[in-house]
Design a binder for this molecule. Sequence first.
Ligand SMILES: [Zn+2]
Length: 461
Amino acid sequence: MKLEFFGAAAEVTGSCHILHVDGRKILLDCGMIQGSRKDEERNRDPFPFEASRIDAVVLSHAHLDHCGRLPLLVRRGFRGPVFAHQASCELTTILLADAAHLAERDAEYRSRKSGKRIKPLFTREDGENVIRQMQGRRYRKTFDVVPGVRVRFADAGHILGSCVVEVWAREGGDERKIVFSGDLGQYDTPILRDPDPIDEADVVLMESTYGGRNHRERSETIAELGNIFTAPRSRKGNILIPAFSIGRSQEILYQLGKHYDEWDLARYRVFLDSPMAIEASKVYWENHNLYDEEATRLRLENGGMPLLPNLTLSRRTEESMAINRIRSGAIVIAGSGMCNGGRIVHHLKRNLDREETQVLITGYQARGSLGRRLVNKEESVRIHGQTIPVKASVHTVGGLSAHGDQDDLARWYENIKNRPPVYLVHGEPDSQQAFADYLHRRNGAHVHQPTPGTVLDLAGL
Ligand SMILES: [Zn+2]
């Protein structure tokens, strides 16, 4: 009985760990490596195992860095079940279709440029094959993964359907309980419930993305948003909000709905200008049984979701182009979240050179992205080969992270009464070290930082 760390060990993306129990192999996540072009090329590398020899996959949630290599796993011979929360199955369907479309387009572009035929990382068909192997489960119901391995999903409060995975593994007469945190949300995050407390574990695999710091207070963030929407100059132009399609877009719509009167939003028209975000929003609106108390109450008071009466869902390209002709009073939520591509780029191109434009940056912007250049207040940016002067006001609104911060992570761990050893995954080395020190100081916890290939003997715990 052992656990092998493979991806997202000492880095942030590409979550994947291998559980060996009684001759069977189970993957916890099979995520994509994300970052620079060079990092992402590593997604094409062979797995350090035979895909056909994996018996089952347990997926924590529908983000690409957790599920994005499932299409490759299936293409390379994996035929077993992929267990995930029911809502994750729905979101993964949307996500993989979009990722395959981007991969196909990227391969076409690179083939044209290089004169060589470059295959996409995976195709739409590969993605559809994954969906056929997925099996939806609910929170707090135990199920068998393979003989000798049982799993129960707890709410991780990170995105809709996100799970903390509790695993009971039996080999010979021995049983061990392994808890895999997946990605943990902030406490008091909108729409979603708080992470479920876990009682006990023999070992915990824990994410540590923001283990080294605390986020801004959410109330300050909301006040800042309110100031932007109510400022007289905001009315004179458009407000552009680049946002990730799953999670962030829905949270922004929810905040706008919740503060609709307070921020006098009837003066605006709100556009969700992203087919993928529209699909993901529907999954959010339909799965209202997963909401926290506040979202449940607001939904009932409103007679359903979304909470915004002035929301337009813009699917077709022509609809998106029509938004471009609006000179004032539009709030536009569109992808991509880092402004690397997608419809937001067209809106930025049209509006950045106007002083009355407001740009709200609500998520992490990677180095080299257009979003990062805006955050850095560069005087001009290049879009589609054109130099555009940046006269718009760019607001970086912190505090909306889908990840728990240092206090959240410690609070989650401290629910586990027996203070089990911790293996930190999914974090940059600096934040891992900071969190390891913090947790050890507070609880005397034994905290380890595995590297890819580290093997943990579970029987020896
Ligand atoms: Zn995530």
